[in-house]
Design a binder for this molecule. Structure first.
Ligand SMILES: Cc1cc2nc3c(=O)[nH]c(=O)nc-3n(C[C@H](O)[C@H](O)[C@H](O)COP(=O)(O)OP(=O)(O)OC[C@H]3O[C@@H](n4cnc5c(N)ncnc54)[C@H](O)[C@@H]3O)c2cc1C
Length: 406
């Protein structure tokens, strides 16, 4: 690449929401983009199989400093505007229709008054944002509304001690994944290379080129390489000579994606914080169900965590039963969703986070999410997506920075 020119040949490692949004943003700015992934198609891992909560910061009540809420909020507010532009579609029909109901369990690591206080502070923060009206719904008047005793007992078991309606929404990640993959595959400026497991990179010390190595038999040089491998990211960062974070945890979480025969009248509800599970109702017939203790199928602090195979036959039934039993302890009406189910799929993926510990421990670093973003060594960049909800915003800013980097 000639000095002073924008990088032309950019390789993006990983075709999740981070890599796909980045590829589209780079292509719009004139780069020739190659997206490399071990899977046969883009959007095949965590970015397809999560509940798609577009965070405003309410969930992070165990971080009273509000650092997490402040870090996460700009990306959440920008999600719908950026994605509707990239996908050329309105997201509203593919988002949960009502406010989320947050339910505070008696064993919550943050007690009910402290959660109420946190919700009020987050609402005030949201109301201050000039672009609050551009969220999936207008949240410029954001408030968390406590449930009355009658409302609470109608919706939750006695182990739930308080509840709030909170104006957060989730998107149907399956719909987004299909549409985003289609956009990447049909963009003339983007080449998708499937079936390559990236094993390392060689970063030229004078910054001129980065070579990507992968299996089977892949080796190619680029002006710029961006690592958006999520679960596979640290192993390649280490090879590239980037400093790794002081501590981290890899987790693999599975959940249920349920389609019902007929509409079920159920809220989108979240049991927090400590005991953790949730239900997302996207359109009355498509549901996401998770119970964290059942769904956490692997956890570790090695550089890479091997992903277990999805369960088959008997193991599948017992996994479904465990999620159901967990949710039933707090949400007795969940039986209505299972009774009406015509299809139940198990899906999931990686969660990478700085910090260690367990969600049941109030002091765990995993309750904070304010330490993710982009790092760089010469022409090699690495992006810790942090959250699905912040990926498009991060990608847009990163693409601009890369194209201005010379
Ligand atoms: C159950 C669950 C629920 C979640 N809920 C939410 C939520 O509600 N809201 C939210 O904001 N976030 C949520 N998250 C987190 C969110 O899913 C992730 O932050 C986000 O999807 C990460 O996107 P990504 O593009 O970085 O990673 P991915 O979507 O995992 O993409 C990474 C890609 O890299 C590829 N890859 C990895 N290693 C290699 C390698 N060595 N070589 C080649 N290819 C490789 C993979 O095949 C994959 O396609 C949840 C996660 C899970 C698992």
């Amino acid at each position: 690449m000639s000095a002073g020119a924008s990088p032309r040949r950019v390789a993006v490692l990983g075709a999740g929401i981070a890599g796909c949004c980045l590829a589209l943003e780079l292509a719009r700015r004139g780069a020739d983009v190659t997206v490399i992934d071990r899977r046969a198609a883009p959007m095949s891992e965590a970015s397809r199989f999560n509940e798609g909560k577009i965070h405003l910061g309410y969930l992070y009540g165990a971080d009273p400093s509000l650092r997490t809420a402040r870090h996460i909020l700009p990306g959440g507010l920008a999600f719908a505007p950026i994605m509707s532009e990239l996908l050329d579609a309105d997201l509203a029909p593919h988002a949960t229709g009502g406010d989320d109901v947050y339910l505070i369990d008696r064993d919550s690591v943050v007690d009910a008054p402290a959660v109420g206080d946190h919700f009020d502070r987050v609402s005030a923060l949201v109301r201050e944002q000039p672009d609050a009206h551009r969220y999936l719904v207008d949240v410029s008047g954001a408030r968390a509304t406590p449930l009355s005793a009658a409302e609470l007992s109608a919706i939750a078991s006695p182990r739930v001690v308080a509840g709030y309606r909170v104006p957060e929404r989730s998107v149907d990640t399956g719909w987004v994944a299909d549409r985003l993959a289609e956009r990447v595959l049909s963009d003339d400026a983007i080449a998708f290379v499937p079936g390559v497991t990236v094993s390392g990179v060689d970063v030229d010390p004078d910054g001129a080129e980065v070579t990507v190595r992968g299996e089977p038999g892949f080796g190619e040089g680029y002006d710029v390489v961006v690592n958006a491998l999520w679960g596979g990211r640290l192993a390649v960062d280490r090879e590239a000579g980037l400093e790794l974070p002081p501590t981290w945890t890899h987790r693999v979480r599975w959940s249920l994606f349920v389609r019902t025969r007929e509409p079920v009248d159920a809220p989108s509800a979240i049991v927090a914080i400590g005991p953790f599970g949730d239900v997302k109702n996207y359109d009355g017939r498509s549901f996401y169900l998770s119970w964290y203790p059942a769904g956490l199928v692997a956890q570790g602090s090695a550089v890479e965590l091997a992903e277990p195979e999805l369960p088959t036959a008997a193991a599948r039934e017992s996994f479904i039963a465990d999620v159901r039993a967990g949710l039933e302890t707090a949400l007795p009406w969940i039986d209505d969703v299972f009774a009406a189910a015509e299809e139940i799929r198990i899906g999931g993926g990686h969660v990478f986070a700085e910090g260690t510990g367990s969600l049941a421990d109030p002091a765990s670093g995993l309750h904070r999410r304010d330490r993710y973003g982009v790092s760089r060594r010469g022409a090699y960049w690495s992006v810790d997506t942090g959250k699905y909800s912040t990926a498009p915003w991060t990608a847009r800013r990163l693409a601009a920075e890369i194209m201005e980097s010379r």
